[in-house]
Design a protein around this ligand. Structure first.
Ligand SMILES: Nc1nc2c(ncn2[C@@H]2O[C@H](COP(=O)(O)OP(=O)(O)OP(=O)(O)O)[C@@H](O)[C@H]2O)c(=O)[nH]1
Ligand SMILES: [Mg+2]
Length: 215
């Protein structure tokens, strides 16, 4: 029997395509606070969603090999807009505001969540949503809400575990097993997961390959 939700393991040509895409110039395009501000949907787009502080901005920096392209911080709620980055002239990388961050004023949280939901369900060129999950904590109740939204909008999403450097080797398989069980309940879940560390670089080439080979 094959394992459900194996770790993604791209072949050499895909890895090479990923390397080439991210060797191209990457740049910050714009921060968007309302759907009207979205750039023209004229190229392939992937986004990075996940709980506040899970490592979305840091992952974009690791992918692009640039330390401060996306603003990362220890302070949850750092990313407050939908930030668009370009990779070459073929792809948009989209850094989303985190969810599950209770400390911001409720009106602000409400505004972000509404925008997040509108974006996730209404962007025609969004090819895949990477949903980042802290490898130490697995899928939480706040994640489930977003996963259900993606199921409903039929947006293919892929689970990307972050901060793998913080996971003890002995805990790894148990964590992966729990994530697999949770993903099995979601029809929009892409059947492979990615284990990453922006700190060690683990899984970054894999994620580049996945992005570069999306049709
Ligand atoms: N050890 C370790 N720390 C990480 C990793 N990725 C991110 N971090 C740390 O986690 C914290 C949050 O990272 P961000 O990239 O700002 O998180 P975010 O998901 O963009 O957060 P919001 O913008 O608030 O939604 C920072 O202190 C990062 O240095 C990783 O792979 N390993
Ligand atoms: Mg951020």
């Amino acid at each position: 029997m094959t394992l459900a939700f194996p770790l993604a393991d791209p072949e050499a040509p895909a890895l090479e395509a990923g390397r080439r895409l991210f060797a191209d110039e990457t740049a910050f395009l714009k921060g968007v606070v309302a759907m009207e501000g979205l750039p023209l949907a004229d190229r392939l787009e992937v986004c990075f969603a996940g709980r506040s502080n899970v490592g979305k901005s840091t992952l974009i920096n690791a992918l692009t090999g640039r330390k401060a392209l996306a603003r990362a911080s220890n302070t949850p709620g750092r990313t407050q807009e939908i930030n668009f980055f370009t990779a070459g002239d073929s792809h948009y990388l989209v850094d989303l505001p985190g969810y599950g961050f209770a400390k911001a004023p409720p009106a602000v949280v409400q505004r972000w969540q509404t925008l997040l939901k509108a974006y996730l369900s209404g962007r025609a060129t969004l090819r895949r949503a990477f949903v980042l999950i802290d490898a130490r904590h697995g899928i939480k109740t706040v994640d489930e809400e977003i996963l259900k939204l993606l199921d409903g909008a039929a947006v293919a999403f892929q689970a990307v575990l972050t901060k793998a450097d913080k996971v003890k080797a002995a805990d790894r398989d148990g964590i992966l097993a729990r994530v697999r069980t949770a993903l099995a309940r979601h029809p929009a879940a892409f059947p492979e997961i990615v284990l990453t560390s922006s700190e060690s670089g683990q899984g970054i080439d894999t994620l580049r390959a996945i992005i570069a080979t999306l049709a």
